[in-house]
Design a protein around this ligand. Structure first.
Ligand SMILES: NC(=O)c1ccc[n+]([C@@H]2O[C@H](COP(=O)([O-])OP(=O)(O)OC[C@H]3O[C@@H](n4cnc5c(N)ncnc54)[C@H](O)[C@@H]3O)[C@@H](O)[C@H]2O)c1
Length: 411
């Protein structure tokens, strides 16, 4: 049994600490009160004293407006904030009386660890940069079934604590993942450019969706499914369904922050801006489609799902609110149906008459990879006479409700 401490037991850290607690003795410290059945929540002095491993999972926040839930490509690029990581490192230094194995999980842009953190950590401690490819709503499954575990060391070699960290992970894995070892800077890059590839992929399939709408006689799924099966030259089938844009607490904001990196290092172009700008225009196109339906049928607009995906409450980086932004900008009112949304503004729980609905959430498409095959049920009864715009093209017409498959212009 290893003795593990987690500094920062929020959305990511608490679930990850609880996964470790199934096999190990785990403590957690947070500046906000937190509770857990399996992790001992304690003060920082006890955590540092009693733990051999110290995982840091504190926030690296983006500035207000830089999460992707509203347009940001017109704004000045900015890096993430690093105060909480620096505070956590200082607390380890101040409380440790023996050498510790310190593992930083928090997302940072390439070059940050070497430039900003490592000089602060007392050299008696060992250090790894170990970012997670984990998503909200499936944190524990993702933690024990990762595609890869990313472990960064100073020179990129599998020395000392890196090998021990792999042995520690082997005690909790349900699958047999790849262990990718590189320099701190390479591992910062693996994590954040992984997200860029996903955002770019979603941006490309949604671009095909836009062309399907403009050209006609095209079902976007026929095109993207053929491309997804083209494994000789194009990658695997994940993120190959056109629909809502890339969203959430990580992907949009990571690309938005990478605009800062592109500028800082004067690379001469900004691919991240292009990807995020396309995402915004795709949202605007979808908003205009909703508005046209609303005008045609003289019905109000409702977005089914405000959180950035089903089964979570978080509206950070939500594509629903980005679409909603453009609906409002055009002078139309928008309401959201969502039983969980942590942003209660504009959220309703019932519908009193027919509406144009954007079917933003699709549970099966979001969580199918974890084995969850369940479809999203309506969050309220959809009144007869309503029009549902389904960007996932899965719903079927019923007698009194019209379903439009956004992205399929075959007659
Ligand atoms: N949430 C995700 O899906 C996810 C996935 C991969 C990576 N990440 C990264 O992990 C990091 C944490 O993300 P999160 O979603 O858990 O954030 P969060 O805000 O939900 O949790 C962070 C926790 O750290 C605590 N905290 C803040 N400052 C602290 C300090 N100085 N000392 C101790 N505790 C402190 C907060 O109270 C909070 O409970 C971020 O860098 C994020 O980018 C998150």
């Amino acid at each position: 049994m290893a003795k593990i401490g987690f500094i920062g037991i929020g959305k990511l850290g608490l679930d990850c600490a609880e996964v470790f607690a199934t096999k190990h003795e785990v403590r957690g410290y947070d500046i906000y009160p937190r509770t857990s059945d399996s992790v001992k929540v304690c003060d920082i002095a006890e955590l540092v004293k009693e733990s051999d491993w110290i995982f840091i999972a504190v926030p690296t926040p983006h500035a207000e407006g830089y999460d992707g839930s509203v347009p940001s490509s017109h704004m000045e690029p900015r890096d993430f904030g690093h105060e909480a990581v620096i505070d956590a490192i200082n607390k380890v230094n101040a409380n440790a009386t023996s050498p510790k194995k310190v593992v930083l999980i928090s997302t940072v842009l390439p070059g940050t660890t070497r430039r900003k953190f490592i000089t602060l950590l007392d050299p008696k401690h060992e250090f790894c940069y170990n970012p997670y490819l984990i998503a909200m709503g499936s944190v524990k499954w993702d933690m024990t079934n990762p595609e890869m575990v990313i472990i960064g060391t100073e020179d990129g070699s599998l020395t000392g604590v890196a090998g021990e960290l792999i042995d520690l992970y082997k005690t909790i894995m349900d699958n047999d993942p790849r262990y990718e070892v590189g320099t701190w800077d390479e591992c910062e890059s693996i994590k954040i450019f992984y997200n860029t590839f996903i955002s770019a992929k979603v941006g490309l399939v949604n671009m095909i969706q836009d062309f399907a709408l403009k050209i006609g006689h095209i079902d976007v799924d026929v095109v993207t499914n053929a491309l997804a099966r083209s494994t000789m030259r194009i990658m695997g089938p994940k993120y190959m369904t056109a629909g809502m844009g890339d969203a959430g607490a990580c992907h949009p904001r990571d690309n938005i922050a990478l605009r800062w990196l592109a500028k800082e290092y004067k690379v001469g172009y900004d691919l991240f801006d292009t990807v995020m700008h396309a995402r915004e225009i795709q949202a605007k196109n979808l908003a205009e489609f909703l508005i046209n339906q609303a005008d045609e049928h003289a019905l109000p607009i409702v977005i089914h799902g405000k959180a950035y995906k089903p089964d979570v409450e978080y509206c950070i980086g939500s594509y629903s609110t980005l679409v909603g932004h453009y609906v409002k900008e055009a002078g139309y009112k928008v309401n959201y149906l969502d039983p969980l949304a942590d942003d209660p503004e504009d959220v309703i729980s019932t519908l009193s008459g027919p509406v144009v609905v954007l079917w933003a959430h699709n549970r099966k498409i979001t969580y199918e990879y974890t084995g969850n095959q369940e479809d999203t049920k309506p969050y309220a009864k959809i009144p007869n006479g309503s029009v549902i715009v389904d960007p996932w093209r899965k719903l079927t017409d019923s007698n009194d409700i019209t379903v439009i498959h956004y992205g399929n212009t075959r007659t």
